[in-house]
Design a protein around this ligand. Structure first.
Ligand code: HEC
Length: 236
């Protein structure tokens, strides 16, 4: 063995010192990693911005936090991959620029249920209300659990400014004015959804309940890119 190491030249000698070798390998991997990683963080233009992508409204943000609270991402992904079968089922594939304001991201990797990245506008508000109240009422053999408490639990409006402020600290471009008016804005958007649900024959006075926030969030998902004329449409 010794003979073999000697004849193998300097590299063989290095390999004969396991600790030194491990250290050198670690250092070179770290340097390589840093060279790949640092420009990604520093150069903003690495992520192509999409002009029509804007931060969540206060009500949608509250809905997104309910989505996280309930762990919806354990069953639903929010990323359409650039494969033909995905695009045909869900719509345009997800772009990095669509999730620049996501803290934390909710791309997910588990699809017990369908991908939700483009679910906004797919169903009327009332469909979502019925579906959360009891998924079997809209999708007969669904295995999605009921979230009927969304219709009964009061939405914590008072916590909304704090939610926006936290994201502002993390770099999401909310203005102080938007934070100051966030409760009023959320109530206005909630009233709109509640009135629409009632007009469509659904339950009345939902504007104070959690359901309006989660529905607002669902209806916005993946819609920003549709406002963009420059969006790269998929050529089948
Ligand atoms: C146990 C897994 C599971 C969990 C947890 C779950 N879902 Fe689902 N979801 C499903 C399945 C399965 C379907 C397909 C059948 C149906 O429409 O109910 C579905 C369908 C949906 C749809 C309709 C999608 C479409 O394109 O038709 C929406 C919207 C949705 N879920 C939202 C949610 C939200 C929001 C939560 C959390 C509050 C949640 N789901 C939690 C399994 C789950």
């Amino acid at each position: 063995m010794k003979q073999f190491i000697k004849t193998g030249g300097r590299h063989r000698t290095l390999e004969g010192w396991p600790l030194v070798f491990t250290l050198l390998v670690t250092v070179s991997i770290l340097i390589g990693g840093a060279i790949e990683f640092i420009p990604l963080v520093l150069v903003e233009s690495n992520i192509p911005k999409i002009d029509t992508v804007e931060p969540w409204t206060p009500l949608e943000l509250a809905g997104r936090d309910l989505y996280i609270r309930e762990g919806c991402n354990n069953c639903h992904s929010q990323m359409v991959r650039p494969f033909r079968h995905e695009i045909e089922r869900y719509g345009e594939y997800s772009k990095p620029g669509e999730t620049i304001y996501e803290r934390p991201f909710l791309w997910g990797s588990k699809r017990t249920g369908p991908d939700l990245a483009r679910v906004g506008g797919k169903y009327p508000n009332l469909w979502h209300v019925r579906h959360f109240d009891d998924p079997r009422s809209t999708s007969p053999r669904s295995i999605m659990p009921r979230y009927n408490w969304f219709l009964n639990w009061d939405l914590d409006y008072e916590s909304i400014p704090g939610r926006l402020e936290t994201l502002q600290t993390l770099g999401v471009p909310y203005t102080d004015q938007q934070i100051a008016s966030s409760i009023d804005d959320a109530r206005t958007q909630a009233r709109g959804i509640a009135m629409d649900v009632e007009a469509a024959g659904g339950p009345a006075s939902l504007e104070t309940k959690e359901i309006v926030a989660i529905v607002a969030y669902m209806q916005r998902l993946g819609t920003d890119i549709k406002k963009s004329t420059a969006s790269t449409s998929v050529q089948p």
